[in-house]
Design a protein. Structure first.
Length: 485
């Protein structure tokens, strides 16, 4: 603990997430120095929650720095982007060699890499920390994904592990991820998986309603049952609660009075952008991002589309209604599609590790997501075990447990995708996840023709199956061609 009148950590930026993390540190016996651009927020936190632990009130950055024990640890909880750079600029001349600046926001990992380099030039440690769990998690125990140097983690890590969520086996959902931007990169991919997870749950909801004829309250019971199966997770649990909610103003199901347009804050989009740079096929995650974009398209365009675009689906009056078999099919398709989203995210982490020089331990990363974060699920215990030891699969889907699970789910998965297409119901993650699975297992795709076309119009060359190390080009001319290597 800190010496008398000194704080163990300082927090600047006391909006809800910053305030709750400050309270979480205090709950665990740490003295916390508080700072906010508006001193009124600092005073309000102390007035409302000052009895929860030891807080030190500060009004200026200098006071904040002076209140901290060495090495100083300052947690920045301000809006990502320029505001973070502004705070770093204010802090840097006030700190001494070996002090630690921590960014706990949803910052872009390349910004974190740049900030780490700049801070290192001034003898400071910079730690980008991914924090998942929302407001409740920040207060009661989030999943924490810290990057930065190993040296900084020796000082900061025990504190972060104290305030983190704990898995059922008691292990903290916090561990050092890797150097520079690794922590924020892993958090970014976590959020990409979260996008896909929510989208595929939404697709299941729509199929249960439009095909199986289940109203929201009935679906709530279905999701409650599903939460006792291998689908058990936080998102499935709260889906049941959302579907059971009734709007007090109209008496209608809550889900029916919510605007059909989903927003995004950027981390899912970053995941897809970075996947394109890495050449990582995160198709399920990408489709979930595009689904949100489509839902938020110009309202007039969607309205006109409903009026002028034909469905081409014919008479569907004899389609499934209240069919328990179809409901079970949807459950299996949902599970298989979730597995693909996780597999794609974890494979992207492997590719990023090679690109940026990070040694990312997928078993450890999966262990951090077992509690505290939005995608926490029983499934993560199985994923963690799949990557432990020396026989980790090249792809999550190759783990024996999941090979068997998907083999069981495949007929249902194909039926659900086919039914969605027949009924004109968009199911982009169900569909793209299945296409990814089939793309992995097929001995040949359509890439050979693509390569032939590229060689024809652009002389891009191609590889031969009987000489994979060399490049070849055909001199295309009328009815004859000549191959040159």
């Amino acid at each position: 603990m800190a010496a008398e009148n000194k704080a163990d950590i300082g927090v600047t930026g006391l909006a809800v997430m910053g305030a709750n993390l400050a309270r979480n540190f205090a709950h665990h016996g740490y003295t916390v120095a508080l700072h906010n651009r508006s001193v009124a927020k600092t005073d309000a936190l102390i007035e409302e929650h000052g009895s929860e632990g030891e807080f030190i009130r500060t009004e200026t950055m200098q006071e904040l720095v002076d209140s901290l024990e060495r090495p100083r640890r300052v947690l920045i909880m301000v809006k990502a982007g320029a505001p973070v750079d502004s705070v770093i600029e204010q802090l840097t001349p006030l700190l001494d060699e070996g002090d630690i600046i921590i960014d706990g926001g949803n910052s872009y990992f390349q910004d974190t890499r740049r900030r780490e380099r700049e801070c290192a030039e001034n003898g400071l440690h910079f730690v980008g920390v991914g924090v998942s769990g929302g407001e409740e998690g920040a207060l009661n125990g989030p999943s924490i994904m810290p990057g930065g140097s190993e040296e900084s983690y020796r000082t900061l890590g025990p504190m972060l592990e104290d305030i983190s969520a704990k898995a059922d086996d008691g292990a903290p959902c916090c561990a050092w991820i890797g150097t520079d931007g690794a922590g924020h990169f892993v958090k970014m991919v976590h959020n990409g998986i979260e996008y896909a997870d929510m989208q595929v749950i939404g697709e299941a909801h729509e199929l249960l309603r439009s095909v199986a004829g289940l109203e929201p309250a009935e679906q709530a019971d279905v999701f409650d049952r599903w939460n006792t199966t291998e689908l058990s997770s936080y998102l499935i649990e709260i889906t049941a609660q959302v579907l059971r909610q009734v709007d007090p103003k109209t008496g209608k199901p809550f889900i029916d009075i919510v605007a059909d347009a989903a927003g995004q804050k950027g981390t899912g989009r970053w995941t897809v952008q970075e996947a394109l740079e890495l050449g990582s096929p995160v198709t399920a995650i990408a489709e979930s991002v595009f689904a949100r974009a489509l839902s938020s398209s110009e309202p007039a365009m969607r309205k006109e589309a409903q009026e002028v675009l034909p469905a081409g689906i014919g008479d569907t009056t004899e389609d499934v209604v209240k069919d328990p078999g179809f409901v079970e099919d949807v459950r299996k398709a949902l599970y298989a599609s979730k597995l693909v989203a996780y597999a794609q995210g974890l494979d992207m982490l492997t590719m990023a590790g090679r690109e940026y020089g990070w040694t990312l331990d997928l078993a450890t990363i999966a262990s951090l997501w077992r509690n505290g974060c939005i995608i926490r699920a029983d499934l993560l215990n199985v994923i963690m075990k799949a990557y432990e030891g020396d026989k980790a699969p090249l792809n999550l889907l190759f783990a024996p447990e999941f090979v068997n699970s998907i083999e069981d789910a495949l007929p249902a998965w194909r039926r659900v995708v086919a039914r969605a297409v027949e009924r004109g119901i968009p199911a982009p993650v169900f569909s793209s996840a299945l296409a990814y699975y089939d793309g992995l297992r097929r001995p040949r795709l359509n890439a050979a023709l693509t390569q032939g076309l590229r060689d024809y119009f652009g002389a891009h060359t191609y590889k031969r199956i009987d000489d994979p190390e060399s490049s070849f080009h055909v001199l295309w001319s009328g009815d004859r061609s000549e191959v040159v290597s």
